[in-house]
Ligand binder design. Structure first.
Ligand SMILES: NC(=O)c1ccc[n+]([C@@H]2O[C@H](COP(=O)([O-])OP(=O)(O)OC[C@H]3O[C@@H](n4cnc5c(N)ncnc54)[C@H](O)[C@@H]3O)[C@@H](O)[C@H]2O)c1
Length: 253
């Protein structure tokens, strides 16, 4: 008996990086998985199927309410229910400087729209069905940027701090309905989101962790699986740092 046997999970951002690792881990733990992503890419689904798991995908934009409604409807049609939601899709600002004065409206709206509004819309889409079926679990991806000041990440840290707040509020409202809502605040994880940073920045990020390396996507997926599984049944409203100790590092290097 696997920990997520009989569960149906929606994972946003599941085409690559942390979302892909979360989708694969949920499938390994026995869940039927629906990958929701703006990229029209079948790789994660094929990998899960090849490993003997069950998966489906929906091409959608987490910023759009109608896309979330369609994703939930397709999931129910395919697998009958939604038990678990992993809100992983996210972006960083590549459109302008990400400081309070230099940030453009377009960049602000893109980051807040994806990383915060997208998380809200995902929860809004699944919660009514979870209430009807007697419960569910949600894990949102925040960031260490919500906890610590990090340079040139104004829109991103605002969005990710918003995710922490929204996680608390949703847990407050729905834990009584057996819907448990938690978040994870990763340190710097080695995924395609880092493709534009210099080697120097990679090294400096690695060294900011007490554990002197970048994190692996699988290490975030492991914490998501913990929250989703019965092992996490007494957790709600938490934002748990999986950050190699960066959040307790008094020095930023
Ligand atoms: N990698 C890190 O260091 C790190 C640290 C802290 C938090 N995070 C967060 O973890 C999450 C995953 O990051 P990652 O590093 O795997 O990034 P990534 O860029 O590798 O993957 C992000 C995924 O989200 C999808 N996506 C982006 N915009 C979307 C939209 N509008 N609708 C649907 N899908 C969309 C992308 O297509 C991609 O598959 C993000 O929320 C990110 O902010 C990452």
């Amino acid at each position: 008996m696997k920990r997520l046997d009989g569960k149906v999970a929606i994972i946003s951002g599941g085409v690559q990086g942390i979302g892909r690792a979360c989708a694969q881990r949920c499938a390994q733990e026995g869940a039927q998985v629906v990958i929701c992503d703006i990229q029209d890419d079948d790789t994660t689904v094929q990998e899960i199927l090849a490993a003997g798991g069950e998966a489906h995908r929906v091409v959608m934009d987490v910023r759009k309410r109608e896309d979330w409604q369609r994703a939930v409807a397709e999931t129910r049609e395919r697998f009958g229910r939604v038990d678990l939601l992993g809100n992983v899709a996210g972006v960083v600002n590549m459109l302008s400087p990400d400081n309070v004065v230099g940030l453009t409206d377009e960049a602000w709206d893109t980051v807040i729209g994806t990383d915060l509004r997208g998380v809200w819309l995902g929860m809004q889409a699944v919660i009514p069905g979870m209430i009807e079926q007697g419960g569910g679990k949600i894990v949102n991806i925040s960031s260490l940027a919500a906890i610590k000041g990090l340079e040139n990440l104004a829109s991103y840290s605002a969005a990710k701090a918003g995710v922490m707040g929204l996680t608390i509020q949703t847990a407050l409202e729905f834990s009584k309905d057996n819907i448990l809502v938690n978040a994870i605040a990763p340190g710097t994880i080695d995924t395609p989101i880092l493709k534009d940073i210099t080697d120097e920045m990679r090294e400096s990020n690695a060294n900011s962790h007490l554990i002197k390396r970048l994190g692996r996507p699988e290490e975030i997926a492991g914490m998501m699986a913990y929250f989703f599984s019965p092992d996490g049944d007494f957790c709600s409203g938490l934002t748990y740092p999986v950050d190699g100790g960066w959040s307790v590092n008094g020095r930023n290097w």
